[in-house]
Write a protein that binds this ligand. Structure first.
Ligand code: CA
Length: 226
């Protein structure tokens, strides 16, 4: 799940980013509105965590602009503005949820997951294919009910493929979902992750197959399926 964290205080941004990454989010960080707009134009996230007091303006203006443009991406506002009117104003201007600082990163993560599970959100709690189950809250994977230990990157790849079940997923879409903008994966990094994932799923007895679609990307199916 790709998350855009908009927060101008470096230590707080760093702490929040690390905690959200530990919770399984792929995090891009913007320290101001200009950087946020730049990221939104090239790598739209699944959810935005938005601070309001930013060096080049008010986060609510960004939010208002998104909603005016018909962009319904879930936005969690995290701010020191604690007044009732501030909260009402934020929600009225299109925030999906509002949390007052100091906010525990674990709560920020939980609220983001809740937003993503809403109808129309991208996050169902459980993704299932054959005997393989993926719990998006705990980010745990089981095959025939037994836990499958996978590294973070392999879990990310599996999640993208399961969310696009029945579709060939272009490499670029997978890479955009699993790498942050400041990561520079080598040309074979994704192949390496996919082959580790295939091997580990096979060893765990998962009856799924990850097909390479030449020139496009990957497709996951139940074993024996097309
Ligand atoms: Ca701030």
């Amino acid at each position: 799940m790709k998350l855009l964290l908009i927060e101008d205080v470096p230590p707080l941004a760093q702490l929040t980013r690390e905690a959200l990454e530990a919770e399984g989010f792929t995090v891009d960080h913007a320290p101001d509105l200009e950087a946020a707009r730049a990221i939104l134009s090239v790598a739209p996230p699944d959810v935005i965590v938005l601070d309001l007091g930013l060096p080049d303006g008010d986060g609510l203006d960004l939010l208002h602009g998104l909603r005016n443009a018909g962009n319904g991406i879930p936005v969690l506002v995290v701010t020191a503005r604690a007044g009732l009117n501030d909260r009402i104003d934020g929600l009225d201007r299109g925030a999906d949820d509002y949390i007052v600082k100091p906010a525990a990163p674990a709560e920020i993560a939980a609220r983001c997951r809740a937003l993503l599970r809403r109808p129309g959100g991208v996050l169902g709690r459980k993704l299932q294919l054959g005997n393989l189950a993926f719990d998006t809250a705990s980010r745990s994977v089981t095959a025939a009910g037994r836990p499958v230990a996978l590294a973070r990157r392999e879990i990310d790849v599996l999640e993208v493929l399961l969310r696009k079940l029945g579709q060939s997923v272009p490499r670029r879409v997978i890479e955009d979902a699993i790498y942050t903008l400041d990561e520079a994966p080598g040309p074979n990094a994704l192949e390496a992750s996919v082959s580790r994932l295939r091997r580990q799923l096979a060893e765990a007895g998962a009856n799924v197959e990850i097909h390479t679609i030449r020139g496009i990307g990957y497709l996951i199916t139940e074993a024996g399926g097309a």
